[in-house]
Design a protein. Structure first.
Length: 356
């Protein structure tokens, strides 16, 4: 793998990840761009003990442009995009409209009982392929391996930023899920706090009696088998017994590891065919491209790394042909989920579509 660092016209960092050592990355971004926005303002909610980012500049971000104006496609002689090169394998760059950054401004007080501080951190975009009409499910194993190299590289680099407490790699796919750009891509958030869901999981792990909670969940699902969707020697994909979403799959390595950077070459290679087969199974359920969120759960940077267990949680809001799972009053107001599809039935349906 060749890694090349350059910068966009407004100073944002861009990194090419190439399979070839001779890839030419000398193209320069000559656009006239607005100054970079200041970092978001973090406000503390004393009732939930959570930090909320106020990022008003994100209201102006690009929203579903036509294909010939896609900012994630390579640049051409007649149009400049976020990627100056005429082609690329995998690219990572700082988000133009970040929720968190190191570009601080002036922050006042919110009043009430809310503490205010700058949203230190970083947000990056990961372009999985230069092919606009492709998808992660259609990537070759080699290409998925390169994406994983990029994820691991960025996890290590972002974890070293002062003030960053957790690194989150994820993909949103489908207009129904709320994407603003259809080009195959994901994002990476370097948070200045440990996220609420991670706190919940690690709190449960700290109270678990026996071995590691995540490892015990994996072992129990593998033993039961009824909710396992796909597996190989190093990874298992299963529907959790208490799935919140109509179609939800968790993908675990068989070895406890804190983050993507700690995976071995063998583990990264084994992940690709299993994961893309699960994505294709989702698409095959109803004969349409499934909207989904794919989320890597990694250990916090500085705490509970011995409790954490790297895993991926994948879920779709589609519950049937032409029907979506909307978060209604119980879910949105109270966080109390009601699932319309039995996990065992979801697993059976997905297994019927797996092409491993």
């Amino acid at each position: 793998m060749k890694r090349t660092i350059t910068h966009l016209a407004d100073g944002r960092e861009l990194i090419y990840f190439d399979r070839r050592d001779d890839a030419d990355r000398s193209a320069i971004d000559r656009r006239a761009l607005d100054p970079r926005p200041v970092a978001s303002e973090l406000r503390y909610d004393p009732l939930t003990e959570e930090w909320i980012a106020m990022a008003g500049h994100r209201q102006t971000r690009t929203f579903l442009p036509p294909a010939d104006e896609c900012p994630l496609c390579p640049s051409t002689e007649t149009r400049s995009s976020e990627i100056p090169a005429p082609d690329y394998d995998v690219v990572v760059f700082e988000n133009r409209f970040p929720s968190f950054s190191g570009n601080f401004g002036t922050y006042g007080e919110a009043g009430g009982l809310s503490e205010v501080r700058p949203g230190v951190g970083r947000c990056e975009v990961v372009c999985f392929t230069s092919e606009h009409s492709s998808s992660f499910s259609r990537l070759s194993d080699e290409q998925v391996g390169l994406v994983m190299e990029a994820w691991a590289d960025r996890t290590a680099e972002l974890s070293a930023i002062e003030g960053v407490e957790q690194v989150f790699c994820f993909e949103n796919r489908g207009e129904e899920i709320g994407i603003t750009l259809p080009h195959p891509h994901g994002q990476i958030y370097a948070y200045p706090y440990v996220t609420p869901r991670t706190k919940l999981q690690l709190g449960a792990a700290s109270r678990h009696r026996g071995g590691n909670l995540f490892a015990d969940v994996l072992a129990a699902e593998r033993a039961a088998g009824v909710r396992v969707v796909a597996a190989n020697e190093l990874w298992t994909a299963f529907v959790p017994a208490a799935a919140r979403w109509p179609f939800e799959v968790h993908v675990y390595p068989h070895r406890q590891t804190p983050d993507l950077a700690a995976l071995t070459e063998e583990e990264r290679a084994a992940f690709a065919p299993l994961y893309t087969s699960v994505l294709r199974a989702l698409d095959g359920l109803f004969g349409v491209a499934m909207p989904y969120i794919s989320a890597w759960h990694q250990a916090p940077v500085r705490q509970d790394r011995d409790l954490a267990y790297l895993h991926l949680e994948l879920f779709s809001i589609r519950r049937a042909p032409g029907k979506l799972k909307y978060l209604a009053g119980s879910e949105s107001a109270m966080g109390a989920f009601v699932n319309d599809v039995l996990p065992e039935e979801a697993a059976r349906m997905l297994r019927s579509q797996v092409d491993l």
